[in-house]
Design a protein around this ligand. Structure first.
Ligand SMILES: [Ca+2]
Ligand SMILES: [Ca+2]
Ligand SMILES: [Ca+2]
Ligand SMILES: [Ca+2]
Length: 440
């Protein structure tokens, strides 16, 4: 489990049955897991230890706990916090270490390391690191920021690079430190020491810490990206918005996407990156996307797309004609083309395909229009230019043709309309047919 905000995670399981269950009080269980935050000192608690278990009854030797953190920043470093009962007095000739294993030594054996506060015989305080258990003075000084406080808090800051073993390279994100142990060491004479308190008491190293890397704790705000398809069209226009190009940054995911459509409708916040939104009214809309990443950072800017919705002109065609006709009689078809708007339609053309073998007789248009006709393979097509139709305007075409056929044959006349602009948002009403049955 990995979290950069401390707290408690709950996992609940429950069961149910379709048959009778007399006692439902024992059908669920919850496990709570405390989550330490490696980003904020003291960070992840590695070991806790009883109070008052130090052999010499001095609070300066009484370990309470120790922890590790990797605070946000570009510098790769570990911050250990060793909490003693008190350090209101700081005794001389003492080592307060945290030891652990990382990498391998020159023989291939696990490499033990220590980070420690030390006092010499005069009580001078130093902060040191090195290989081994802390019985030596080690390799060098710990980093700036190391120190102690009278309340017993010892802070030990070590650059990851100082923990470079003979084999394995310095610790980096994803690698583990293991076998944590602290044995307070009171030098009594050269080569021997008392260890008044140990944590764990068993003096067996314990635990594992997987490095997050300090950069992980420096959570960058996510950068939203928004695609829109289409970005223009006739009303009503349904636009699909897609934020899946959003960059959460390394090791992070996007927890929520908030879409604002720019048309006064409520924002939509969801965990998935795509949403479709209908625009019913012509206009230009500024749609935006903001996001929140899985570590709680909100985008500092919004990704945006402008959507242009234009008014269309919905032409509707209807037609009437004889339901029945005797062969070699003249039938009359009435075709109406209505512009249901909302915009004016330009370049309107109505086309009427007469039944097979029907012989064209006459055509007229009200209020105005010019018609031509052509015959191919015994089918005559009449084409009428109706020019511009204002919203709600209607044109009526009256067509006469001599109908021929055998008794029982069904003759079909089909009328349709097109426009040059601005576009017809509804193709379903652009065509109309009439069937005529030939009778005796
Ligand atoms: Ca203790
Ligand atoms: Ca102890
Ligand atoms: Ca992020
Ligand atoms: Ca239409």
């Amino acid at each position: 489990m990995h979290a950069n905000s401390g707290g408690t995670l709950s996992n609940s399981a429950s069961l149910s049955t379709t048959s009778a269950d007399a006692d439902q009080s024992n059908n669920s269980a919850t496990v709570q897991t405390a989550v330490d935050n490696p980003c904020t000192v003291p960070g992840v608690t590695l070991v806790t230890d009883p109070t008052g278990d130090e052999s010499n009854q001095l609070q300066s030797y009484d370990i309470q706990s120790f922890s590790v953190a990797e605070p946000a920043g570009s510098a790769q470093k570990l911050v250990f916090t060793l909490k003693m009962a008190s350090l209101s007095t700081v005794p001389p000739s003492t080592t307060w270490p945290v030891t652990f294993f990382y990498g391998q030594d020159a023989t291939g054996a696990p490499q033990q390391w220590f980070v420690a506060m030390k006092t010499d015989a005069l009580g001078t305080v130093s902060f040191r690191y090195g290989t081994g258990s802390g019985s030596t003075n080690g390799s060098g000084n710990l980093d700036a920021g190391s120190g102690f406080a009278p309340d017993g808090t010892i802070t030990l800051v070590v650059s990851d690079s100082k923990l470079t073993p003979a084999s394995g390279g310095a610790p980096t994100a994803g690698k583990s430190l293991t076998g944590f142990l602290s044995r307070i060491r009171l030098e009594t004479q050269t080569g021997s020491a008392l260890t008044p308190d140990n944590a764990p008491d068993s003096v067996a190293g314990t635990g594992e810490y997987v490095l997050s890397g300090n950069a992980w704790c420096s959570n960058a705000a996510p950068s939203p990206a928004l695609a829109a398809t289409p970005t223009s069209g006739l009303a009503p226009l349904t636009v699909r918005f897609d934020g899946s190009g959003t960059d959460a940054d390394a090791g992070d995911t996007i927890a929520s996407y908030t879409f604002r459509f720019g048309d006064g409708t409520p924002p939509v916040t969801q965990s998935s990156p795509a949403v479709s939104h209908p625009y019913s009214t012509p206009g230009t809309y500024h749609a935006t996307l903001t996001v929140t990443d899985s570590r709680g950072a909100e985008s500092s800017n919004a990704a945006a797309r402008d959507v242009t919705v234009t008014a269309g002109a919905d032409l509707a065609v209807s037609s009437t004609g004889p339901a029945t006709a005797k062969s070699n009689t003249v039938g009359t078809y009435t075709i109406t083309v209505t512009n249901k708007g909302p915009a004016a339609a330009t370049g309107v053309v109505a086309t009427d395909k007469l039944p097979l073998k029907a012989a064209f007789k006459s055509v007229s248009v009200s209020p105005a229009g010019t018609c031509t006709r052509a015959t191919t393979s015994n089918v005559t097509t009449v084409t009428c230019k109706l020019n511009t139709l204002a919203p709600s305007a209607m044109a009526t075409i009256t067509l006469q043709a001599k109908l021929t056929g055998t008794v029982g044959q069904v003759l079909t006349n089909t009328a349709s309309a097109t426009e040059a602009g601005p576009g017809d948002p509804n193709a379903g009403n652009d065509t109309s047919s009439v069937s005529t049955t030939v009778v005796r």
